[in-house]
Design a protein around this ligand. Structure first.
Ligand SMILES: Nc1ncnc2c1ncn2[C@@H]1O[C@H](COP(=O)(O)OP(=O)(O)OP(=O)(O)O)[C@@H](O)[C@H]1O
Ligand SMILES: [Mg+2]
Length: 328
């Protein structure tokens, strides 16, 4: 894909958390490109660093976190801006207006004593200064329709009057209010029942169709990634293990970790027997030498125990970090 279609380009990003036992290496040398208009799935087991990566892009990391190195180039406004180097004051120009994040569990982000309509008005005011409230509500109604909610009823409601799925969709509408070019959705369907999950997926499809908003969809659920994404990046122990088109990832997984993950998805396998990957993810404070996946990998070779394989483009658009495919 041509370079001018890039909206975000993450390079050699390393992020750690300081914990009592030592440094948690939550994001390890991540390089990832996101193209305009695409839905990129970021998939990995719990604790693989997905949320940390999202928080790093938004500069919303907690105080015990540190960006050790790397860059996050944002191209939404023409020339490249390195988000990793912006001050808190500068990044505010980008949050919500350029890049929005719909958090994991952000349903608690609503102010319980404020009606939904005031959440829309306040969000607009906070970022645009003075606003015409009627205009904002008109826009809010359109967006609520897009996420398959009854606009007037929702706008009148207090947060507690909405179900979890409705709150999640309201949050999506709110995140779209300022028409961000990139929206990061962190586990938008987790903690929801199956029906609400389906509705969320449908609304995401609507958003993709209507606004062609670029999306990063974070999920540990491969079947959700399969339904919605154009490309998928597989993350393990803070590192990107494989990137490719969604069909390639599902029909021709290359990295042994990706293959293991796919075997654990009942719908995709078409049977009820799922094989989970033996063993457990490594301790991010005390990582094994070499490839972080080698202790669980059925193909591990001597080299895997010594050297961490780089993420390499093995064919056009297909990146794998595995010595099975990389000779150098
Ligand atoms: N505030 C924090 N302080 C210390 N360690 C943290 C903190 N937040 C996350 N971590 C650790 O960083 C690693 C990556 O966590 P992260 O939340 O990014 O993973 P995730 O892929 O989003 O997981 P999940 O699927 O459970 O949401 C984990 O080992 C986690 O325990
Ligand atoms: Mg997370």
């Amino acid at each position: 894909m041509p370079g001018e279609n890039l909206i975000l380009s993450i390079r050699n990003l390393n992020v750690v958390y300081w914990a009592r036992r030592g440094w948690v290496k939550a994001v390890r040398n991540v390089s990832l490109d996101i193209y305009r208009g695409e839905v990129l799935g970021l998939v990995g087991e719990s604790g693989s660093g997905k949320t940390t990566l999202a928080l790093t892009v938004m500069k919303l990391l907690p105080t015990n976190a540190k960006i050790l190195s790397g860059s996050i180039l944002y191209y939404g406004l023409g020339k490249a801006v390195d988000l990793a180097k912006l001050s808190e004051k500068e990044i505010r120009k980008y949050r919500w207006k350029e890049i929005a994040l719909a958090f994991q569990g952000a349903m608690n982000a609503f102010n319980p004593v404020m009606r939904i309509k005031d959440h829309f008005i306040e969000t607009a005011k906070a970022h645009l200064g003075h606003v015409d409230e009627e205009e904002v509500l008109k826009e809010a109604r359109e967006l609520l329709k897009l996420v398959l909610l009854e606009p007037d009823r929702v706008l009148r409601s207090f947060p507690h009057q909405l179900s979890g799925g409705m709150k999640q969709r309201t949050l999506l509408a709110l995140a779209l209010l300022l028409r961000p070019k990139l929206i990061i959705l962190d586990e938008p369907t987790s903690a929801l029942d199956v029906v609400s999950q389906k509705v969320i997926l449908e609304t995401l499809r609507n958003i993709k169709r209507e606004f062609s908003t670029t999306m990063i969809l974070i999920t540990h659920d491969l079947s959700i990634a399969a339904e919605l994404t154009d490309r998928v990046a597989i993350m393990y122990a803070g590192k990107i293990m494989e990137v490719g088109g969604v069909e390639d990832i599902f029909y021709d997984p290359m990295h042994p970790y990706t293959r293991g993950l796919l075997k654990a998805v009942p719908v995709l396998k078409g049977t009820k027997e799922v094989e989970s990957i033996p063993g457990s993810p490594p301790d991010l404070i005390d990582l094994p030498p070499g490839c972080a996946f080698h202790p669980r990998c059925p193909y591990a070779m001597e080299r895997c125990r010594r050297e961490d394989p780089p993420l390499v483009e093995v064919k056009p658009g297909r990146f794998v970090a595995c010595w099975l495919y990389t000779k150098r």
